[in-house]
Design a protein around this ligand. Structure first.
Ligand SMILES: *Cc1c(COP(=O)(O)O)cnc(C)c1O
Length: 217
């Protein structure tokens, strides 16, 4: 069995525990992997990949331009990299971490006559080292971005689970994010769960997991 098969089995088990109708999309995070390793995973059937640096995403996209891959961006986005990211035309930006960043991206999109899909990042465990809006302000910020950023198609929310050992604390960060997601009438994507916590994330309602180390070994 390949590592992709094993991961798919684990996702399948976790999602069926929620409901037979609960579909979970897998994004393979290739930030610590080479283009050859991405191509190997593609050969096993994986199509969606993620990176957290604009430069690395550009380089992988160039090296793998012949393959029909979709690319997701999920890193801290500096304003001087916004234009470059837009030009790469990612399938989804997971890491819109503030109203200001959303408006900056929207302005550049307007200037280029383009649109992009994105998620609002929630700092669900109030961690200083992480970006994102607080759970308290999330619904307001989401609504304001939707109303004021016509070129940014906000499709849902993303969070990184609490960086602790205690599963109960991690679970709470996922439940907090899912509760916000449920208050957003037009949201369809709840992106949460990484290699160490994706089954818990799925049980808490995630429908998009972002897995790196468990896939690329
Ligand atoms: C690196 C990264 C992942 C994947 O992490 P793993 O623990 O290797 O699965 C997921 N999401 C984000 C935002 C990341 O930066």
């Amino acid at each position: 069995m390949t590592s992709l098969d094993l991961v798919m089995e684990r996702i399948e088990k976790a999602r069926l525990a929620v409901s037979a109708h609960h579909i979970v999309q897998l994004i393979a995070v290739s930030k610590y992997s080479t283009a050859d390793e991405v191509a190997a995973l593609y050969a096993q059937g994986q199509r969606a990949f993620g990176e957290n640096k604009v430069q690395d995403m550009e380089s992988k996209m160039e090296q793998l331009a012949d393959l029909p891959l979709s690319w997701h961006f999920m890193g801290n986005l500096q304003s001087n990299k916004i234009n470059k990211l837009i030009d790469l035309n990612p399938a989804l930006i997971h890491s819109v971490s503030s109203l200001e960043l959303a408006q900056a991206i929207d302005q550049r999109l307007a200037a280029k006559g383009k649109k992009l899909s994105a998620l609002l990042q929630i700092n669900s465990a109030y961690e200083e080292t992480k970006g994102g809006v607080t759970p308290e302000e999330a619904v307001d910020v989401f609504t304001t971005i939707t109303a004021s950023c016509p070129n940014l198609n906000l499709k849902g929310v993303m969070t990184i689970g609490a960086h602790v050992e205690d599963d109960a604390v991690i679970q709470k960060s996922f439940e907090t994010t899912r509760a916000i997601f449920e208050q957003l009438p037009d949201a369809s994507i709840c992106s949460m769960g990484m290699s160490g916590d994706f089954e818990l994330a799925i049980r808490c309602g995630s429908n998009m997991v972002r897995l790196g180390s468990v896939l690329f070994k």
